[in-house]
Design a protein. Structure first.
Length: 259
């Protein structure tokens, strides 16, 4: 899954793809490099970010969705607003990437349109989530969060569901590392797993890389570890390099060649 941020303030590449033309060019480049899904979003959810209005978010995403639909790409819309999700589905997106933790109205839209759905765990809101995240057992609590929603999710008959443990969303460095080390503890027949660890600040905390553009090595390592531990989708900024790393890992039998 290639990341397409249509925002001026995303933590890594904010402001680079604000025009529909630039966004389309970048999406086409990621597909050529091996992205199978394009995940686009018009509202930053970086730590400390403020929400934007519904109208502002729609003005950022709809022109790009309309362009990408014509290209025949598989599109995922990253949003927390049911109204934006509905507009995106009506415009042709195939998946919703919900970082709100399972808004029931958004789930109803996904069910109505028979769209794929990514349900992410987060503690708190983007504005405050990194101030003091606290867990007794982060892996157990995240697993319980998804298990508690299982019965309701089953009733929606969604064509495909993925869970995202929410790396960096209300998690300390140790919380993030525990979730990535024990990702296979979240595996379930009801869902696939999406891992979104690319370029995030946990890499800086481990390695000393304050510039997100200097976190490629850590991002690649986490993608390989994620796939080895059961992730079906890795959500990444650096598509070409990630695809190459995964192919080499398959060739060396470090990960399952069928993944």
């Amino acid at each position: 899954m290639g990341i397409l941020n249509l925002t001026p303030d995303s933590f890594s590449d904010g402001g680079q793809f604000l025009t529909p033309g630039d966004a389309l060019d970048h999406a086409c480049q990621m597909v050529r490099q091996g992205a199978q899904i394009i995940d686009l979003g018009g509202e930053s959810t970086r730590p400390g970010s403020d929400p934007v209005s519904e109208q502002e978010e729609l003005s950022r995403v709809l022109p790009v969705i309309e362009s990408l639909v014509k290209e025949g790409y598989i599109l995922s819309l990253d949003t927390t607003k049911p109204s934006v999700a509905l507009a995106g589905l009506q415009a042709g997106v195939h998946m919703l990437n919900d970082v709100s933790g399972g808004n029931e109205e958004m789930l109803a839209h996904a069910s109505r349109f028979q769209a794929g759905y990514v349900l992410m765990h987060a503690q708190g809101t983007p504005k405050t989530m990194q101030e003091a995240p606290t867990y007794e057992d982060v892996v157990e609590e995240v697993r319980t969060f998804f298990d508690q929603k299982k019965e309701f999710l089953q009733s929606l008959n969604l064509p495909r569901l993925w869970i995202d443990p929410g790396i960096g969303f209300g998690k300390s460095l140790e919380h993030n590392l525990s979730l990535m080390r024990e990702l296979d503890e979240l595996i379930d027949s009801e869902w696939g797993i999406l891992l979104g660890s690319s370029r995030k600040s946990w890499i800086d905390l481990l390695c000393g890389a304050p510039d997100p553009l200097d976190r490629l090595g850590g991002s690649l390592c986490s993608a390989l570890a994620g796939v080895a531990r059961g992730a079906e989708i890795v959500r990444v900024h650096d598509v070409r390099e990630t695809v190459q790393a995964l192919e080499v890992a398959k060739g060396l039998a470090l990960i399952d060649p069928t993944d």
